[in-house]
Design a protein around this ligand. Structure first.
Ligand code: AKG
Length: 203
């Protein structure tokens, strides 16, 4: 993996086939990331939706929230989320992500994994409203968790990355069309994690 300096932030290109994935381990300093975590944990209007799996209904294994600078809803896995307006803190984090990525985002989906028993199963962020080559900028706060990627066609292509406190994972170009990702459960993890995935929902 190649390490280099871009905009004063070290980043690693994962060099995945048919994808464009870059990891920035320290988008936000540890101290600031902890203060962001504490505020978001308290102030976010968290919800727990239900998902249908093989005809049975289960509570989603994490809490979520949607904020945006427009009113456009986001739908995935049969769930429709209507955004609340961005708070000043969410704007501050969005600006940091936009400076590094040089991309403007409209929307953020937050996930709260209360401990290692919470998870996010295999999927691609390829919903129609995200456009043809969705850009996903994923910020991690709190417990370090394993993030796995697998190619949709070539099952031999898989990778795992540990998403650290204060990090950014930027997925661009054909990534969502060709790869799936998941955040598996882990019995060892007792601490919570907040993930913010910035997205563009333009129409
Ligand atoms: O929590 C993560 O790092 C992954 C989140 C995710 O895959 C999603 O919100 O679509």
């Amino acid at each position: 993996m190649e390490l280099f300096n871009s905009e004063d932030h070290l980043s690693t290109n994962l060099h995945l086939k048919d994808a464009d994935v870059r990891y920035y381990p320290s988008l936000i300093s540890s101290e600031l990331a902890t203060s962001y975590f504490d505020k978001l944990y308290e102030d976010t209007i968290w919800q727990q939706d239900e998902i249908k799996l093989f005809g049975k209904v289960y509570p989603q294994p994490r809490l979520t929230a949607l904020y945006a600078d427009n009113r456009r809803p986001y739908s995935y896995s049969g769930i429709i989320m209507h955004p609340l307006p961005f708070s000043p803190l969410l704007h501050e984090i969005k600006r940091k992500v936009e400076i590094i990525s040089e991309i403007k985002f409209t929307t953020v989906l937050l996930n709260l994994y209360r401990d290692g028993n919470d998870s996010n199963g295999w999927h691609s962020d390829d919903e129609k409203e995200l456009g043809q080559d969705p850009v996903i900028a994923s910020v991690s706060l709190g417990a370090k968790r394993r993030f796995q990627l697998r190619h949709k066609k070539d099952k031999s292509l898989r990778t795992t990355i540990e998403l650290e406190h204060g990090s950014l994972l930027l997925m661009k170009g054909p990534t969502q069309n060709n790869w799936q990702h998941q955040l598996p459960k882990s019995k060892r993890i007792m601490e919570p994690r907040i993930n913010l995935t910035f997205r563009i929902i333009a129409s």
